[in-house]
Ligand binder design. Sequence first.
Ligand SMILES: C[S@@+](CC[C@H](N)C(=O)[O-])C[C@H]1O[C@@H](n2cnc3c(N)ncnc32)[C@H](O)[C@@H]1O
Length: 318
Amino acid sequence: MEHWTAYWQATTSLNSFAEGEAATGYQGELAHFWQTQLADLPNDALIADLGTGNGALALLLAEQRLLQQKEWRILALDAAAIRPQAGLAQQPRYAELAATIRFYPQIAMEQLPFARKSMDLLVSQFALEYSKLELSLAEAVRVLKPGGRLVAIMHSHETALAKDSALALSVMTALNAGNGILDRIQQLLQLVTHLYAQQQLPEHNAGFIQANRQLLTQVKQYQQQLSVAELDWFQYLFAPFAALLFQPKAENNQQFLLLRQQLNYYRQRLADQQAACITPLRRQLIDQLMQQLGWQTSWQELRVERELFGLSLTSFAC
Ligand SMILES: C[S@@+](CC[C@H](N)C(=O)[O-])C[C@H]1O[C@@H](n2cnc3c(N)ncnc32)[C@H](O)[C@@H]1O
């Protein structure tokens, strides 16, 4: 979970893969989908958001509670050490809403801290599918009241996002491989530090010049194998590392380690996402698990601006 904790503690975004994007939260067709799920809830309903991250969905629920003048209690948990109130402190509209939500950091949905038959609605967006489904689905069934529902939007392996993430992941994996481009950059930066300690300038050192040329050749050879989309990812991911070599400084070594760790966390989040994607086989598994628990499932494709965005699962007792 360290990779999720690091992400949520560093970002002020509400979105879970928001590198380079605005903190937009959930709007438009997606917000509409969730609004319709709230239509028949009792005034004092207890709702929990599973795998809440920075609370994007829980905030949407809190906004609706305000608009509809309801008294729902909203709980939101995540296995990572989330701190949504800290992250949202600079965004007064969200900060105020976040204060009305009870957040549970470092709580896994495989072991919910809620009483049996206590909840009216469990929701999850791009999170339930990251859990151990055999455990989390049984927990959902345990804590929901008779007549309660589980509604989750999940990644589908067919979305443009999932396909693009697969490309990003393959580029990250290649960069990170043993003797790959990042290892070479690290060796070069270590050489720079060593040369500075000896009061030598890297650009005057034959070893540095040769290693630099070799790296350039390696980069060119790798780039030639890439599709246009992969090349875009490569350029985006490689640029901050390349910048460390353009102006070699002794302290760039530390900066490199930091960047590499961030890249590693990003890679792990994407790997989680790929493993979480709903394929026909995983959908069948969910149907079977719920059926064994005596619950029925219904699935829907969710489109945003006509593009497939995810799959929604609704489940309730037969
Ligand atoms: C892709 S993010 C989605 C976050 C949020 N729902 C959103 O829409 O922005 C997936 C989240 O699920 C959380 N997560 C993964 N496995 C979990 C589990 N077993 N129990 C609780 N949270 C989990 C991760 O820590 C991460 O914050």
